[in-house]
Design a protein around this ligand. Structure first.
Ligand code: HEC
Length: 324
């Protein structure tokens, strides 16, 4: 290297150094940045590259947000980490989404330059919960959000900290929080209830019902190898003499609520492996009868999930729309 290029290199390092100090790990960590591991939120070594090598089974990284959204919608996200170093309140996290964009809130910062995924992290290590937003992509379909959190001890060093992945088990990488971005004319019409390992069925539709057309309903977050029955109801206020929505608590259904009339149904068997990774799809056909245009349709999926509650069933979120 010539003397000239050496001095250039030294000057470049001098310029880069303060920037990397400013964004030390106590002020956030993004996949693939400055030697940070790629796939931070979905695979090992994750935070364990520099903190404790293995995740802590007591850590709980939680995500609270919407699961059924309109294209381009901006939704609130609350992330939090808990379960270790319980006498302290310092923490950090890293989160990625397969589509859409994060909008930073207090004590968070975003970065979109790596791995092609939207990413957000803490901006300082002084808290264990973070509120920010996520903007859904304009293209309908399933989006997966993955995250990892660190309950640190606040000594501003990478020792004595305890981290874990999002999901029912913090030592298993890559469990996604699933959000379905529906077709523009599909409206979200009530929440679902949690099944095995806390997974709440997510029903979505990337195509809308139209005269002389087909459309598809998709449901995620289910146990694999079970039956999922999707109902098309003409009402979400009554089913015969039964008023809707009908809370199923009295029937052993826990927090589940029946939200649509059980007029037409399709059974699908869930594919996939691993808790919460089951999914099912049904294709629906609308006849070529123009008088059907404007008719209101309501959808909800019942899934056989024996450990979920005494009823042995879960119910997804509900969707409403009109035939185009
Ligand atoms: C490339 C190495 C590396 C990786 C990977 C890493 N960290 Fe760190 N982390 C450090 C170092 C070094 C420190 C101490 C100095 C600093 O803040 O940069 C630290 C400190 C922290 C602190 C403050 C610690 C305290 O006790 O006050 C937080 C919070 C933190 N990291 C969160 C995370 C999270 C969350 C992850 C995983 C998403 C992660 N780190 C992954 C190197 C790393």
């Amino acid at each position: 290297m010539s003397a000239h290029s050496t001095s250039l290199a030294i000057r470049a390092i001098a310029v880069l150094l303060p920037v990397s100090l400013l964004f030390g790990h106590a002020s956030g960590i993004i996949s693939g940045k400055r030697g940070d591991p790629v796939n931070l939120t979905t695979a090992f070594p994750s935070c364990g590259n520099c903190h404790n090598a293995t995740p802590d089974a007591n850590v709980r990284m939680a995500i609270d947000s919407a699961t059924s959204v309109a294209p381009g919608a901006q939704v609130a996200v609350k992330a939090s980490v808990s379960g270790a170093n319980t006498t302290k309140t310092d923490g950090g996290f890293s989160m990625e989404a397969t589509a859409g964009a994060f909008v930073a809130g207090t004590n968070t910062r975003t970065d979109t330059t790596n791995t092609g995924r939207a990413a957000i992290t803490h901006a300082n290590s002084s808290s264990r919960s973070w509120s920010f937003s996520w903007t859904a992509p304009t293209t309908p379909g399933l989006v997966e959000i993955t995250a990892v959190g660190n309950c640190v001890d606040g000594d501003n060093r990478n020792v004595g900290d305890a981290w874990g992945f999002y999901g029912p088990s913090s030592v298993v990488p890559g469990t996604p929080y699933r959000v379905f971005v529906n077709a523009p004319t599909i409206r979200s019409a009530g929440e679902g209830c949690a099944g095995t390992d806390g997974f709440e069925p997510v029903l979505g539709m990337a195509t809308a019902p139209a005269v002389n057309g087909t459309f598809v309903s998709e449901v995620y977050n289910l146990p694999p190898g079970t039956a999922a029955v999707t109902f098309l109801g003409l009402s979400n206020t009554s089913y015969g003499v039964i008023p809707l929505p009908l809370p199923l608590q009295a029937f052993g259904g826990g927090a589940c609520v029946l939200r649509v009339s059980l007029d037409i149904s399709q059974v699908a068997f869930t594919s996939g492996r691993g808790s919460g990774n089951g999914s099912a799809r049904s294709t629906w056909v609308i006849p070529n009868a123009t008088n059907l245009r404007g008719l209101g349709l309501h959808f909800q999926t019942l899934t056989v999930d024996l450990p979920a509650n005494a009823l042995g069933m879960t119910f997804s979120n509900a969707l409403s729309t009109t035939i185009q």
